[in-house]
Each structure stands twice: as structure tokens, then as C-alpha cells.
Design a protein around this ligand. Structure first.
Ligand code: NAD
Ligand code: MG
Length: 394
């Protein structure tokens, strides 16, 4: 029996890597639904490559272009926000959640109801609404499989039967493109420099998050949500080679690590094949080519984002939601050259001082809180950030 896979965010970096793994194993997989935001051409290419049954484009103005590109193909086409939310139908065995940002929350929640398993790359819904996602998965008996490389690594070496014997989770971080830069250089970083990651080829938003170390901050919260570990038992180490993707340390002194090439097709294949192991077209690790593996403590002065993750976990779910929403707004503003790099963090710190007072028990309330934080962050950017950017551009 073939596994039927749906891909939310099929045109992105994770979406394309998922397509590579599926394409290499047509005897194992077929494809139900694929979705994209605005890229009709890219979505049509995935449909043709994977012979998908359904294509959903969130931007309704692109439906005509999608239909034209897929003329003559046996595929159902839909568009708009509602079609995106309900994109995953019950013919799906496994959904790959690879939309970028909180925009992936509603489609993910619906996918949890309609698939047997959800393989989650899209970390933002876990950070902003972890409890909702987990409780829905529990209610529908849907398996959550992490794709984010660190969490996938932990999932592979975290033995739930020995949970009491786990001392800590150690998430590794490459350190990003500014790992060796001083504070002055970081203050002047441009979007082009921030998206230039030394080890991984990823979408723009997560690349900027890696440069600020906000990606690791989000991942500390993601690890807390996925593995139910207290923040004090989640540590981060800088590991510039990106070979050890993360580790679990047990009380007897054993440290179990998952290693591999810096290629997302490995964690994606792990999730697609689970509980079996499958081949991938991805790169393989050449152990003889490794001269050394380095690990060091993160520098919280140059990269204060990580400190915020622990503060937010201490405060609770609304602080985590606020961190995520303000970061999304600030990263978008940075990519549009509206704010300077350090202002990403000052925007988030400002928003964290004005957390909304809303009970986060439904998707509507999560979205309401997300909107409120976005509006605070946008106001801060308009009122406080124009000067620094002008100075940088001068
Ligand atoms: P990307 O920008 O390359 O792709 C994002 C995908 O989501 C695209 O298909 C796009 O069309 C869709 N999308 C974006 N905004 C949308 C919206 N508002 N409505 C509907 N669809 C929308 O991003 P990516 O690098 O593939 O990352 C996807 C997710 O996976 C992110 O949450 C990221 O943090 C996570 N992740 C990525 C990597 C990686 O190597 N790229 C690694 C770990 C985790
Ligand atoms: Mg990661």
C-alpha cells in the first residue's frame, strides 16, 4: 500500500526537499494535496512532478494562472484562505507541514484531524499554540513527527521508556552567518548577508532567524512543546560544522547524538518513512572528511534572542506567542529594509512588555492575540525605527 502524502507549503525549501524524497520513491508514495501561497508556476511544477490530486493556492488571484499552467492535467484546483485551511482531506496518510510562519496554523490543525500523522517543519504554530496543536493530535490519535533537524535528531535518540533517565536535551546551532562577527558588524548587517547561511539552504524568514539566533530560541520552545521537557533541561551548544544535529544526555553519562550531512532530505525521509527507514537522494555524511567537531557555549551578549526564549517559557504561552508574532513582523520589516538588524530584537522586547490579555484556548483566540501583537510591533517600528535605517543607508 502506498502512503498518500499532502504537502502544505510545497513550493518552499522544505516542500521541494520533500518532493525530492517522494519523487525518488514512486513505489512507496503518492501525493494527495499540495499548496502554495502565490507561486502558481512553482505549484504547477510540483503537481506535474508528483502527479498530485489536488492543488490549493492561497492567493485567489493566482487561480487562473495555476489553471492555465495545469491545462490538460487531471487535478482539482482550489484557491483562497478557506481552501488552504481545509486543503488536507481524509485521503491523506501523512501531511508535511512546511508553510512558513503562523499562517500554517489553521491548515495544520485541519491536517491533524484528517491525517494519521503530521510531519511538522513549520515551527511557528508549535511556538505560538503548542498546547492546542498537541491536544488536538492527542484527541485524534494523530502522530506528530518533527522534521526540524534538531527535533528530528532528538526524536531519534529520545527513548520515551527511559524518560526519567534523561538528564537534558542538547540542541545544536550552527551559529549562523554572523557567528564570528562583532556587535558593530552585526548592527550593520544587510538582508543579503543575513540570508547567506554557511551550512543550510533555507527560506528567507528562517535564514534571518538563524542569523539572529531567534531560530534557536524558537527551537528551544519547540523542544519544550514536543518533548515535554522543562526549560532547565534544554540546552543549546554552538556547533559550527552542523554534523551533530542534536543530542540527548542520560543520567548515566551516555550522550546519544544523531549525525548526518546538512541536508533536510534526511529528517524528511525519516518522517515520511516512519516507523520504517527509507533511502533518500540526499547527501551522505563522509566521516573520514571530518577533521573535528567543535562545541561551544552560545554568546548571549551578541545573540540575546536565546535568553528571551527561556524568559518566555518562564512567563507562559502568551509570552511565547508574543515572541513569535513580533519576530515575524520584525523579520518581514528587516527583509524590506525598513529596520536595522538589531531592531528585530528591540521590536520583540517592546512587544513582550505589552503582552495581550487573552485566554489562548481556541484558534480564534490565538489569531486574535497574534494580530494584537503584530499591531503593537508595527506601531513600534513606525514610531521608533526609521532613524536607524536612514543612518545605515546614508
Ligand atoms: P519557504 O519560505 O522556502 O517556503 C514557505 C512555503 O510556505 C512556500 O510554499 C509558500 O508558498 C508557503 N507560504 C508562505 N506563506 C504562506 C501563507 N501566508 N499562506 C499560505 N502559504 C504560505 O520556507 P522554508 O524554509 O521551507 O520553511 C518552512 C517552515 O519550515 C518554516 O516554519 C521553517 O521555520 C521550517 N524549517 C525550515 C527548514 C529549512 O531548511 N528550510 C529547516 C527547519 C525548519
Ligand atoms: Mg532547525
Amino acid at each position: 500500500m502506498k502512503k498518500c502524502v499532502s504537502i502544505l507549503g510545497a513550493t518552499g525549501s522544505i516542500g521541494q526537499s520533500t518532493a525530492d524524497v517522494i519523487d525518488a520513491m514512486p513505489e512507496r508514495f503518492e501525493v494527495c494535496t499540495v499548496t502554495a501561497h502565490t507561486d502558481a508556476r512553482g505549484l504547477a511544477d510540483v503537481v506535474m512532478r508528483l502527479k498530485a490530486r489536488r492543488a490549493v493556492i492561497a492567493d485567489a488571484s493566482q487561480e487562473e494562472a495555476l489553471a492555465a499552467a495545469l491545462k490538460g492535467y487531471d487535478v482539482m484546483i482550489e484557491s483562497g484562505a478557506e481552501a488552504l485551511e481545509y486543503a488536507v482531506q481524509s485521503d491523506t496518510d501523512l501531511t508535511v507541514a512546511a508553510i512558513s510562519g503562523i499562517a500554517g496554523l489553521r491548515p495544520l490543525m485541519h491536517a491533524i484531524k484528517n491525517s494519521k500523522a503530521v510531519a511538522i517543519a513549520n515551527k511557528e504554530p508549535l511556538v505560538a499554540a503548542g498546547d492546542l496543536v498537541k491536544s488536538l493530535a492527542l484527541r485524534h490519535d494523530t502522530q506528530i513527527l518533527p522534521i526540524d533537524s534538531e527535533h528530528n535528531a532528538v526524536f531519534q535518540v529520545f527513548n520515551p521508556v527511559q524518560r526519567c533517565g534523561i538528564r537534558r536535551i542538547i540542541l545544536t546551532a550552527s551559529g549562523g552567518p554572523f557567528r564570528t562577527w562583532n556587535e558593530k558588524q552585526i548592527a550593520k548587517a544587510t538582508p543579503a548577508q543575513a540570508v547567506e547561511h554557511p551550512n543550510w539552504d533555507m527560506g528567507a524568514k528562517i535564514s534571518v532567524d538563524s542569523a539572529s539566533m531567534m531560530n534557536k530560541a524558537l527551537e528551544v520552545i519547540e523542544a519544550h512543546v514536543l518533548f515535554d521537557m522543562p526549560p532547565a533541561q534544554i540546552d543549546v551548544l554552538i556547533h559550527p560544522q552542523s554534523v551533530v544535529h542534536s543530542m540527548v544526555e542520560y543520567v548515566d553519562g551516555s550522550v546519544l547524538a544523531q549525525m548526518g550531512a546538512s541536508d533536510m532530505r534526511t529528517p524528511i525521509a525519516y518522517a515520511l518513512g516512519w516507523p520504517e527507514r527509507i533511502e533518500t537522494p540526499g547527501q551522505r555524511l563522509d566521516l573520514t572528511a571530518l577533521s573535528r567537531l567543535e562545541f561551544e557555549e552560545p554568546d548571549l551578549t551578541r545573540f540575546p534572542a536565546l535568553r528571551l526564549a527561556y524568559e518566555c517559557l518562564g512567563k507562559g504561552p502568551m509570552a511565547c506567542l508574543t515572541l513569535n508574532a513580533a519576530n515575524e513582523v520584525a523579520v518581514a520589516a528587516f527583509l524590506q529594509e525598513k529596520i536595522a538588524f538589531p531592531e528585530i530584537l528591540s521590536t520583540i522586547e517592546f512587544a513582550l512588555r505589552q503582552e495581550p490579555d487573552i485566554n489562548l484556548d481556541t484558534i480564534d483566540s490565538v489569531e486574535q492575540a497574534d494580530e494584537a501583537v503584530r499591531s503593537v510591533a508595527l506601531t513600534y517600528i513606525e514610531e521608533h525605527c526609521a532613524g536607524a535605517m536612514k543612518k545605515l543607508k546614508a
